[in-house]
Design a protein around this ligand. Structure first.
Ligand SMILES: N[C@@H](CCC(=O)N[C@@H](CS)C(=O)NCC(=O)O)C(=O)O
Length: 203
């Protein structure tokens, strides 16, 4: 199984962490998204969206991180991707992450990390919008985690890696998590998992 990835990519991290946690071997191919390699013809043949991660296994070409995580996790029997109705709850959190939580956090990454790297000033109006969106969705996450150690059931699942990935940049992107004690505690708990810690984003 070949995984096209980049070490600074939170979506690549989701897959790398699952494979490491379960001991599923991956043949890693780095796509330098900082240099535009994702737009090269060779990579576009794998993922026409020009984004990492992407996976090739025999005739299968798979893109979208959450689908790839499930495919990799499906190679083993594990609580990460249980063969039970808990899967739908995991998919709920993964959908919520892609549709709501990730985009809210990404505003801080774009304004506080990427723009300064390109010598540009953050847009204050966008950051205000980010704070509003974050308050709306981080509140839901925090309330859910108040009485639980993990997002689904009582064990680590794909849902935790999916939702936490974008928060790998919480401190560098100044994502304001100060009001969300349960979220911060949960992130601390995930950081104790070797596969998660060892796949932390590298620029
Ligand atoms: N929804 C996609 C998003 C993938 C994505 O945003 N990938 C980023 C890195 S985390 C990327 O390849 N960016 C390069 C680009 O957009 O040109 C997924 O979950 O796999």
């Amino acid at each position: 199984m070949k995984l096209y990835h980049h070490p600074a990519s939170p979506n690549s991290r989701k897959v790398l962490a699952v494979a490491k946690h379960l001991g599923v071997p991956l043949d890693l191919e780095r796509v330098d998204i900082m240099k535009g390699e994702q737009q090269g013809a060779a990579f576009l043949a794998v993922n026409p969206n020009g984004m990492v991660p992407a996976l090739v296994d025999g005739d299968l070409r798979l893109w979208e991180s959450n689908a790839i995580m499930a495919y990799v996790a499906g190679k083993k029997d594990s609580a990460l991707w249980p063969r039970s109705d808990a899967r739908y709850d995991i998919m709920r959190w993964q959908s919520w992450e892609l549709a709501h939580f990730g985009p809210a956090c990404s505003i801080f990454i774009a304004e506080n990390m990427i723009k300064p790297m390109m010598g540009q000033e953050p847009d204050k109006a966008r950051l205000d919008e980010g704070r509003k969106e974050l308050a709306r969705f981080a509140g839901v996450l925090d309330a859910h985690l108040t009485s639980r150690a993990y997002l689904v059931g009582d064990a680590l699942t794909l849902a935790d890696f999916s939702v936490a990935a974008v928060l790998g940049y919480a401190s560098a992107a100044k994502i304001p998590l100060g009001d969300y004690a349960s979220v911060r505690k949960w992130l601390g708990r995930l950081d104790e998992i070797p596969a998660w810690k060892e796949t932390a984003p590298q620029g």
